[in-house]
Ligand binder design. Structure first.
Ligand SMILES: *[C@@H]1O[C@H](CO)[C@@H](O)[C@H](O)[C@H]1NC(C)=O
Ligand SMILES: *[C@@H]1O[C@H](CO)[C@@H](O)[C@H](O)[C@H]1NC(C)=O
Ligand SMILES: *[C@@H]1O[C@H](CO)[C@@H](O)[C@H](O)[C@H]1NC(C)=O
Ligand SMILES: *[C@@H]1O[C@H](CO)[C@@H](O)[C@H](O)[C@H]1NC(C)=O
Ligand SMILES: *[C@@H]1O[C@H](CO)[C@@H](O)[C@H](O)[C@H]1NC(C)=O
Ligand SMILES: *[C@@H]1O[C@H](CO)[C@@H](O)[C@H](O)[C@H]1NC(C)=O
Ligand SMILES: *[C@@H]1O[C@H](CO)[C@@H](O)[C@H](O)[C@H]1NC(C)=O
Ligand SMILES: *[C@@H]1O[C@H](CO)[C@@H](O)[C@H](O)[C@H]1NC(C)=O
Ligand SMILES: *[C@@H]1O[C@H](CO)[C@@H](O)[C@H](O)[C@H]1NC(C)=O
Ligand SMILES: *[C@@H]1O[C@H](CO)[C@@H](O)[C@H](O)[C@H]1NC(C)=O
Ligand SMILES: *[C@@H]1O[C@H](CO)[C@@H](O)[C@H](O)[C@H]1NC(C)=O
Ligand SMILES: *[C@@H]1O[C@H](CO)[C@@H](O)[C@H](O)[C@H]1NC(C)=O
Length: 830
């Protein structure tokens, strides 16, 4: 009691200090989404399921969050955190570096967050050791990796872990740099700098990362150099990262080393069928090592005598341009050796630039779990993409440079639409960068990481991003003439085939691999993989073109609007499933259907070569946001549409094993994966908003928690987190349209800082301290003081100059809306 009174008093004090921002970072749980459904394991493996074989199978069944945990700034280049390896290989999802149980292999400077598939990054590493004597072999992480004792501590800007060898590691991150503090037990202290370290794939294979050489030089307590890496899920070309590291205490000994590269690598020089050898040390004073033409592994070991110090601190900077820049980042961004200084700066920046953009009451009247869900979600949706402005090694155009759009397929619905509102500067900058990538590399990315486009899972979804920004009026310094040309490239030019092992039939690097079908047939046929999901995605992509064409090339509007109706050509009115008629159906290029024995509840694995990607045709049949009018009609009218929606929320309706993307969900509705994000809200199109509120809340409550297993599956660069934020705000954006659906907020009062410095205030009459105590069903809405009879509004109503949305809620579900249903601006009947 006393303690909380004091805290409250301090808070009140803080509020009274002008310009001081409330510390929202205290509500962030940086571990939310760190594991799959079974405690302690990044992926699902229930002990009751017994055998390893079964575990291996289950590894693919339920994805963990794969989140990054460590020190980072909003949109930062550096994400400083531990890399781990789960000894039980079958359990691991290493993509963010951190796993709940894995042994620590290093602390490294760059990570992705929430991505699935093969890992990318986990590079520019240090590893503290108490011995490097045999059996330790510094070329073999299995001989020195460390289990952790106790629980890790993770806060905004701060991470701490204790290793079994007695070393405590504390970490904080700045924009292109970080600081690591090692507290050693008595005895000799070593820090291994392994330039060849990267996050491996647990299963090996085609998309594993590779180390392709580098260089390291030592000068006293400083080291500099670079490493070149390639591969990873996006099948990226090699890229080079320069580094500059420094220790606060001069080492007693510092030696470079070199050893043969035995990693399995296709198409690169390696010694991969040999056992891991021993490192050769350069003699003290030689100070420099290069990999040479055989991609040898290189690194350095810094050693402190037992008497020297008990604590070693290290600052490390990274740059894509030069070691000098990396040193400058280190010096400018981590000015002091006090870890807390970097932590405080990070907390301040997260509060100022991210967390305070959405303010809700934080007093006793609020359910504290909901505070954690809101602010943690905000945190996770700002870890990516990475702002690499000034750090583009490929060209120098004066435009901003961003990377780690990983991927737009995941983020185009909920993440970018929120960035637009609360991060207008960063968002404009991102769009300029997307267009600049087209200028210099021919296509905007769908995914991009390590300065390389890839992979494209469905359509060219940068089109949706640009259209969403355009229709909502974003102009700034964006060259929309070029923006439209970049979109047109996606719509008109088939990218060359990259013959990826994921899918050898067409490019998965960029653009639209199945464009030939799309242009010639008006749908994607069975000649191409993913014909169902690509057909619906290309439809929305072309709608996106029509949106930007309206301002930039009016003569093209009708053409792309026509093309946006292509999904109707893949709609077979006669196919039935579970007593429903009309589904997206695979079609041959001659126009005939492959409907015999067709079950739209199955997709053949929902993989790259399946008929639909990471979702079944049942699910994709709901994803036509630009023409809901025709969709409802095709599904048999409003009553049938409603019945079909009701059905997909019933347990045990899913027939398809969606592997990692299913998150153990048994309903056809799968909130763990992005194609279904809007589906629970589609009741708004029937003016039955209360059902949207009910279904979407139920999903949020069932699958999102303040827990390690806090999101249903991979968080996908924050995509799942941003879905939850919209849910909590009581709004849902219909991307490519200036339209937001009204739902029901989770807080009584929300101030959102939009468009730079305008405020949108959302209030709700409900008592939100206890979930649902007074109900959350909307009874009436006022926008800017006017009674509102529609369950949606336009961007300009409140999102440009700010405004108010007032919800009155209650326990009874009510059809409160009588106005027009949300629009179908792409309505077009073939
Ligand atoms: C892997 O997990 C299985 C099942 O829990 C267990 O029996 C086995 O000992 C573990 N192996 C290792 C190397 O940890
Ligand atoms: C680390 O812990 C795992 C169990 O989680 C155990 O199998 C392994 O032997 C431990 N490794 C070391 C080096 O102690
Ligand atoms: C660690 O060693 C294992 C086994 O050799 C290897 O697969 C992995 O790539 C190594 N590196 C890391 C960072 O785990
Ligand atoms: C090594 O560092 C010292 C002190 O920072 C500096 O004066 C010197 O130029 C450096 N030597 C090299 C070869 O970079
Ligand atoms: C929202 O802003 C209004 C007007 O400034 C203020 O009265 C209210 O307390 C704010 N609410 C929150 C939760 O910050
Ligand atoms: C847009 O870029 C093109 C060249 O790519 C240039 O010709 C044009 O002037 C630019 N438009 C604006 C408004 O800057
Ligand atoms: C669009 O489709 C309509 C009707 O199918 C057709 O008459 C018209 O020529 C098409 N327009 C363009 C630009 O393709
Ligand atoms: C099938 O749907 C019709 C309405 O289209 C309904 O009347 C009938 O009861 C349904 N049958 C079953 C078995 O659900
Ligand atoms: C046609 O559909 C059947 C049944 O769904 C399936 O087994 C077959 O592989 C399909 N044919 C092609 C060419 O996709
Ligand atoms: C779903 O299926 C499982 C396994 O067959 C069964 O245990 C469970 O009771 C079913 N749930 C419902 C709601 O039908
Ligand atoms: C905030 O508004 C003021 C006055 O309208 C304007 O001058 C200023 O540039 C705005 N700041 C931002 C960050 O948009
Ligand atoms: C707070 O919210 C969580 C989930 O949102 C819920 O499980 C919990 O019951 C709520 N607590 C109270 C006291 O209502």
């Amino acid at each position: 009691m006393a303690a909380s009174t004091v805290k409250l008093a301090l808070l009140l004090l803080a509020h009274n200090v002008i310009g001081q921002v409330h510390d929202y970072s205290q509500y962030v749980n940086p571990l939310m989404g760190g594991s799959g459904p079974f405690d302690g394991l990044a992926c699902k493996c229930s002990p009751s399921h017994g055998t390893i074989d079964h575990c291996t199978y289950l590894r693919n069944l339920v994805g963990g969050g794969d989140i990054f945990v460590g020190g980072a700034l909003p949109f930062g280049v550096a994400k400083v955190g531990i890399d781990t390896y789960e000894q039980n290989v079958s359990y691991s999802t290493l993509n963010g570096g951190w796993t709940p149980e894995g042994a620590v292999t290093a602390i490294s400077m760059m990570h992705e967050s929430g991505t699935g598939g093969f890992p990318k990054y986990g590079i520019i590493a240090q590893m503290p050791l108490t011995t490097i004597d045999p059996p330790v072999n510094i070329l073999d992480n299995r001989t020195y990796w460390q289990n952790r004792t106790g629980d890790d501590t993770a806060k905004v800007g701060y991470f701490k872990t204790e290793l079994e060898n007695g070393i405590t590691v504390e970490i904080s991150g700045a924009r292109h740099s970080g600081i690591i503090q090692y507290s050693f037990p008595d005895g000799t202290k070593h820090i291994l700098v392994d330039v060849s370290h990267y996050l491996p794939s647990e299963t090996g294979g085609y998309s594993n990362q590779v180390f392709l050489g580098g260089e390291i030089s030592i000068n006293g307590s400083t080291y500099t150099g670079f490493g070149t890496y390639g591969g990873g899920w996006n099948e990226g070309a090699p890229y080079t990262v320069y580094f500059c590291g420094e220790f606060d205490t001069e080492p007693n000994q510092a030696r470079t080393f070199r050893g043969r590269n035995t990693d399995p690598m296709t198409r690169y020089h390696t010694f991969s069928n040999e056992p891991i050898g021993q490192a050769t040390f350069g003699s003290d004073g030689s100070n420099r090592e290069t990999s040479g033409p055989l991609n040898d592994r290189i690194g350095a070991v810094f050693t402190w005598d037992s008497a020297a110090t008990s604590q070693v601190r290290s600052r490390v900077g990274v740059s894509f341009i030069s070691a000098e820049k990396a040193c400058k980042f280190k010096d400018d961004e981590v000015k002091s050796w006090k870890l807390e200084d970097t932590v405080d700066a990070a907390v301040e920046e997260w509060n100022r630039d991210v967390l305070s953009r959405i303010q809700v009451p934080t007093d006793d009247t609020v359910n504290s779990t909901n505070l954690v869900l809101l602010y943690s979600s905000l945190y996770f949706m700002h870890l990516m993409p990475s702002d690499r402005t000034g750090e583009n090694p490929l060209w120098d155009s004066g435009e901003p440079s961003w990377d780690d759009f990983y991927t737009l397929w995941d983020t185009f619905r909920c993440t970018v639409s929120l960035h637009h509102l609360i991060q207008p500067e960063a968002y404009e900058s991102q769009i300029r960068s997307l267009i600049d990538i087209w200028r210099y590399e021919g296509y905007m990315p769908d995914g991009r990481s390590g300065n390389w486009n890839g992979l494209v899972q469905g359509g060219s979804n940068a089109d949706n991003v640009l259209a969403d920004a355009y229709i909502k009026g974003l102009r700034g310094a964006i060259n929309w003439t070029d923006g439209y040309l970049a979109m047109k490239k996606n719509a008109e030019v088939t990218p060359y085939n990259t013959y990826s092992l994921d899918d050898e039939t067409a490019s998965v690097k960029e653009g639209r691999g199945a464009l030939d079908d799309w242009i010639n047939l008006g749908y994607v046929s069975l000649d191409n993989s993913r014909c169902i999901s690509r057909t619906v995605e290309y439809s929305l992509n072309d709608y996106a073109l029509s949106v930007v064409a309206a301002g930039e090339a009016p003569e093209d509007v009708q053409k792309y609007l026509n093309r946006s109706a292509g999904w109707q050509r893949s709609w077979n009115h006669d196919v039935t499933s579970r007593n429903f008629s009309g589904f997206l159906t695979p079609r041959f290029s001659d126009g005939s259907w492959n409907a015999t024995d067709y079950n739209p509840g199955l997709c053949g694995g929902c993989e790259w070569t399946s008929i639909s990607y990471e979702g079944t045709p049942w699910e994709y049949s709901f994803t036509v946001p630009h023409d809901m009018q025709t969709l409802i009609q095709f599904m048999g009218g409003e009553a049938e549409f409603e019945r079909r929606l009701d059905y997909i929320f019933q347990p045990n309706t899913s027939e398809q094993d969606l592997s990692a993307n299913g998150a153990g969900i048994t309903t056809i509705m799968n909130i763990g994966n992005e194609p279904d994000f809007a589906t629970p809200y589609l009741y708004n199109y029937l003016n039955k908003q209360y059902k949207s509120v009910n279904q979407s809340r139920a999903l949020a409550n069932q699958y999102f928690h303040d827990a390690l297993y806090g999101v249903p599956g991979n968080s996908d660069a924050g995509a799942l987190n941003s879905w939850l934020i919209w849910q909590m705000l009581g709004l849902y954006p219909i991307v490519t349209q200036p339209v937001y659906l009204l739902e029901s907020p989770w807080f009584s009062d929300i101030n959102i800082t939009i468009n730079g410095n305008q405020t949108l205030r959302v209030t709700s009459s409900g008592d939100h301290a206890t979930l649902g105590q007074q109900g959350y069903y909307v009874q009436s809405v006022k926008i800017n003081g006017q009674v509102w009879d529609k369950n949606w509004f336009n961007h300009e109503d409140v999102m440009v100059n700010g405004g108010t949305i007032e919800f009155t809620v209650g326990k009874e579900p009510t059809t409160w809306e009588s106005g027009d249903v949300p629009p179908s601006p792409g309505h077009f009947e073939l």
